[in-house]
Ligand binder design. Structure first.
Ligand code: V47
Length: 382
């Protein structure tokens, strides 16, 4: 069957079929064309060539060890300034209590990130990683965004590479993709002027890959950025991946304006979320995986995103604080059974993974578990 590709996208279609890399101009066209379904179709061609019908998910838990942050990013609703009464820091024991909270669930990955709290010494970071591993020796700790790594090296007064090797020894096994925002001096000056710039973010990723730590990459869209800036961001990621091969997954992050300084902005629509997934898949031809983060995209859009270039739907989460409906409510969870059900309904084959995309279980193996999952799993809240 001949797909219905508009004339303006025929050149890109040919390149996609031939596996030829897309240029910056073609990337811009993907953002500008009104034919989103055609963009999604093209991304799906690449997605199925790379991953077949598989949709990866992970049983994971997020731990945000402090909400105190001195970076003042205008898009963030999570942080409080140092000395704010609402500030918290989880002690290593608190971190262990959080891990124990879900001990009955065979969680495979703990995603641990937080604000830049100037009071925390280097030993704290080593202690919280060891604290997790003491309770769950088998879990993969995916920890610290590039911005946190810069801070950790600063308080350690050691080169970043040395700090990464020491934290790897303590139990960090990969690095999440946060903190990249948009690689643009203009956006940085308006939105996150105190934070690492693109060069620094990319250098942290390069160093991580050099010490054998895989990492992810993100892009925060739907605020003040433009298409050209986004394409520059994607191409910078693609070039670094050519150099190191250390990125696993790209995750476009849908901006949530609620309770931020930019609350007056309209949130990105589902169509925008799908376009970001698709453009990411098409431009990042050397990234093995594209993730739809259902917490930010919603589970419904994420089901569709599995046909727009995404092959990974993140995980069971349990609690999430960076974006949430109200300050008090942090539980946002899908049980594994619910996750599998949504993926099957979307027409994909759910495969449970570890943090390096090794297969842990397939749908057939978990059918006997029933709709409520294993003991300790609570039904969906989001
Ligand atoms: O670094 C902050 C972003 C990131 C908001 O690597 C916001 O697998 C939307 O990086 N609206 C943290 N986004 C989340 C993140 C992530 C999430 C899931 C998986 C992975 C992975 C990484 O969230 C921050 C920032 O870029 N963020 N505030 C907001 N209001």
């Amino acid at each position: 069957m001949r797909p219905n590709i508009p004339d303006a996208l025929l050149g890109i279609h040919e390149k996609v079929l031939a596996g030829v890399r897309l240029s910056a101009e073609e990337g811009l066209l993907l953002y500008e064309t009104p034919h989103l379904n055609a963009v999604g179709y093209l991304a799906n061609v690449v997605r199925e060539r790379m991953c077949g019908n598989v949709a990866w998910y992970v049983r994971n838990q997020h731990i945000n060890y402090t909400n105190v942050c001195n970076k003042l990013c205008r898009f963030c609703s999570f942080y409080v300034k140092p000395n704010d009464d609402r500030g918290y820091v989880l002690s290593p024991k608190d971190v262990q209590d959080r891990v124990r909270r879900y001990q009955d669930i065979p969680i495979r990955e703990i995603h641990m990130v937080a604000g830049i709290n100037p009071k925390l010494p280097y030993s704290y970071y080593l202690d919280i990683v060891r604290a997790v591993k003491d309770v769950r020796p088998d879990v993969a700790v995916k920890a610290f965004t590039a911005i946190e790594w810069v801070q950790i090296a600063r308080v350690a007064k050691k080169p970043l590479k040395e700090v990464m090797l020491e934290l790897k020894e303590a139990g960090v096994s990969s690095i999440p993709g946060g903190g990249a925002e948009v690689f643009s001096d203009r956006v940085q000056a308006e939105m996150f002027w105190t934070k690492a710039d693109s060069e620094e973010w990319l250098e942290v990723a390069r160093t991580a890959h050099g010490v054998g730590l895989h990492s992810n990459a993100t892009m925060l869209y739907g605020h003040i950025e433009n298409a050209k800036e986004k394409i520059e961001h994607l191409i910078a990621l693609r070039e670094l991946q050519d150099e190191t091969g250390g990125f696993l997954t790209y995750i476009p992050l849908s901006f949530h304006p609620e309770r931020t300084e930019l609350e007056h902005l309209a949130a990105p629509t589902g169509m925008t979320d799908l376009r970001e997934i698709a453009v990411g898949r098409l431009m990042l031809d050397n990234f093995p995986h594209i993730k739809t983060f259902w917490i930010m995209n919603t589970i419904e859009i994420s089901q569709v995103a599995l046909w727009y270039g995404a092959d990974d739907i993140d995980g069971t989460i349990q609690e999430y604080e960076i974006t949430r409906r109200s300050y008090e409510e942090t539980r946002q969870v899908l049980t594994r059974a619910q996750m599998v059900e949504r993926v099957v309904e979307a027409g994909r084959d759910p495969v449970e993974r570890d943090n390096l995309y090794n297969t842990l279980s397939t749908e057939r193996e978990i059918r006997d578990e029933g709709p409520v999952g294993v003991p300790g799993e609570l039904p969906m809240v989001f």
